[in-house]
Design a protein around this ligand. Sequence first.
Ligand code: NAG
Ligand code: NAG
Ligand code: NAG
Ligand code: NAG
Ligand code: NAG
Length: 318
Amino acid sequence: MALLFAVAVCLCATPMASSQEFPFRNTSLPFDERVKDLVGRLTLEEMVAQMSHGGANNNGPAPAIPELGINPYQWGTECISGDVDAGPATSFPESIGLAAAFDYQLLYTFARAVSNEVRAKNNNYTAHGDYSFHTGLSCWSPVINILRDPRWGRNQETYGEDPWLSGYLGRAYVTGLQGNNSRYVEANAGCKHFDVHGGPENIPVSRFSFNANVTTRDWRMTFLPQFRACIEAGAWSVMCSYNSINGVPACANKELLTDILRNEWGFKGYVVSDQGAIELVWLGHNYTTGYIDTASACVNAGVSLEAHWRSCGCWSNY
Ligand SMILES: *[C@@H]1O[C@H](CO)[C@@H](O)[C@H](O)[C@H]1NC(C)=O
Ligand SMILES: *[C@@H]1O[C@H](CO)[C@@H](O)[C@H](O)[C@H]1NC(C)=O
Ligand SMILES: *[C@@H]1O[C@H](CO)[C@@H](O)[C@H](O)[C@H]1NC(C)=O
Ligand SMILES: *[C@@H]1O[C@H](CO)[C@@H](O)[C@H](O)[C@H]1NC(C)=O
Ligand SMILES: *[C@@H]1O[C@H](CO)[C@@H](O)[C@H](O)[C@H]1NC(C)=O
């Protein structure tokens, strides 16, 4: 189901590149039918290629499928304080500063402006056949982790220490970024990093192998509510984090990605891994052994799309 949505996003985001009249191109048909038609035309290899290397450094974008007239798609875009790294773009204050205004409407208006720029730039980039990193419509933001430890290097990306406020401002960001067109999202928001993420990143116990032990009470009261709010606001994606939760890596964590996210909260979008987080399930956490074991553990837990970093074996240091 998640793959279906992922491909559907590509459809919305890519201009027609073929005159062929496949049913999946027929805008009079319901999305479900179009997606079913499209997925039925993909080979297994094409499905795998669409789910992996979802946009990062040398590895993105997801490849084109020329015989179906589908262009490449770049899944990795960063919109936390503007259309980051997408050429000249408006730069807004960092999240913790925006949150300090305690102003829902301000966050909403800011996110609308970012979204307009992301969409406009994407129109330009795709018109030029440019699918490089940070040119797409699928934003890896907002960051709604809880600011608990001042030593964490990314506290400035958060909305602070309060789960309720983080969820509230997350909702302003998500609804502003995605827009309110009844049919299309203007740019898609992604709630991250899911979950119990945000501690010191020192080596050797780095963020790539850290295991966060959390009680059910603390998990439910501190680390889940803001994600639930972000999803209830309509965010189409969630990024699973590098760390383990009670011994299970977030990206291989079925309780987190399926039982809570999809079954309990009714999430219908796609789960993308943090960059390199899939291979780190093996090479950082020693939770699995080998690429196939690792990939299948993550897909079976509920991951839809891999954001890859690099295949250089660098992770063995961690
Ligand atoms: C698109 O779907 C509609 C509704 O089923 C149908 O009437 C129409 O003929 C289709 N268009 C094409 C070009 O197949
Ligand atoms: C439009 O895209 C082209 C190709 O990537 C790029 O060189 C150019 O700077 C872009 N224009 C703007 C205004 O971003
Ligand atoms: C969408 O937002 C605009 C601007 O705030 C508003 O005028 C319009 O009524 C909204 N449309 C819907 C369908 O909510
Ligand atoms: C987390 O729990 C595991 C299993 O009980 C334990 O081995 C580990 O030391 C704990 N880690 C921390 C940082 O408390
Ligand atoms: C994973 O295994 C390697 C090699 O045995 C070891 O050096 C490393 O400490 C282990 N990592 C964790 C998080 O247990």
